[in-house]
Design a protein around this ligand. Structure first.
Ligand SMILES: C[S@@+](CC[C@H](N)C(=O)[O-])C[C@H]1O[C@@H](n2cnc3c(N)ncnc32)[C@H](O)[C@@H]1O
Length: 178
């Protein structure tokens, strides 16, 4: 199963931290890539440092035209899941989503253009109250993978955590250059 994430829109500066957190959740919960507008170019460095320290090859691509990405993915048989509180309740569609192979998850920052609702194969609500794209993304990825993503070992990390009941145990696999 492959997941990618597309974040549409960002309110200048105000959303920087939220955007970083959407990317961090996407990576930690098993997505391979995120597409977003280039509002804060530093986000690429932040995520590259996370990859270098904690492993994996999570990618960020800056885009200008979200519609082009959605249409390309549809041509390549990806299913488009748009997260919106107006959609079908996740409890009713989780089992169908689990059967899909390749998924592009679309999240908004501000009001999402109407066209997204029509282009989506699934409009999915994580409950019908407004909350956040960070939480909606985490819950969706968790419901689709049933928690398996939390056991993933990321490739080639410099540091790895050994879970402990108390304190912090970290293995240093190699010296970090930067
Ligand atoms: C802060 S909300 C903005 C919502 C905006 N008022 C609208 O009508 O589209 C940002 C994003 O969080 C996600 N989101 C918020 N609440 C959600 C929910 N209950 N279910 C699914 N996604 C949600 C959606 O992707 C939404 O575009």
């Amino acid at each position: 199963m492959d997941f990618e994430v597309l974040r549409i829109g960002q309110r200048l500066v105000r959303d920087d931290r939220v955007t970083t957190h959407v990317a961090l959740v996407a990576r930690a919960f098993g997505a391979s890539k995120i597409y977003m507008n280039e509002v804060d170019p530093e986000i690429k460095d932040t995520l590259n440092k996370i990859n270098a320290t904690w492993g994996g090859n999570f990618e960020i691509e800056f885009i200008t035209d979200w519609k082009k990405i959605v249409k390309e993915k549809k041509v390549n048989s990806k299913k488009i899941i748009h997260l919106t509180m107006y959609g079908e309740n996740i409890n009713d569609v989780a089992s169908s989503l689990q059967k899909e192979e390749n998924i592009l998850i679309v999240v908004g920052a501000e009001k999402v253009p109407r066209e997204v609702y029509d282009l989506a194969d699934y409009n999915v609500a994580v409950g019908h109250q407004p909350h956040s794209e960070i939480s909606a993304l985490a819950v969706l990825l968790d419901r689709i993978q049933n928690g398996k993503q939390l056991l993933t070992r990321f490739e080639n990390p410099s540091r790895e955590i050994i879970p402990t009941k108390n304190g912090k145990k970290v293995i240093m696999n190699k010296t970090m250059d930067k």
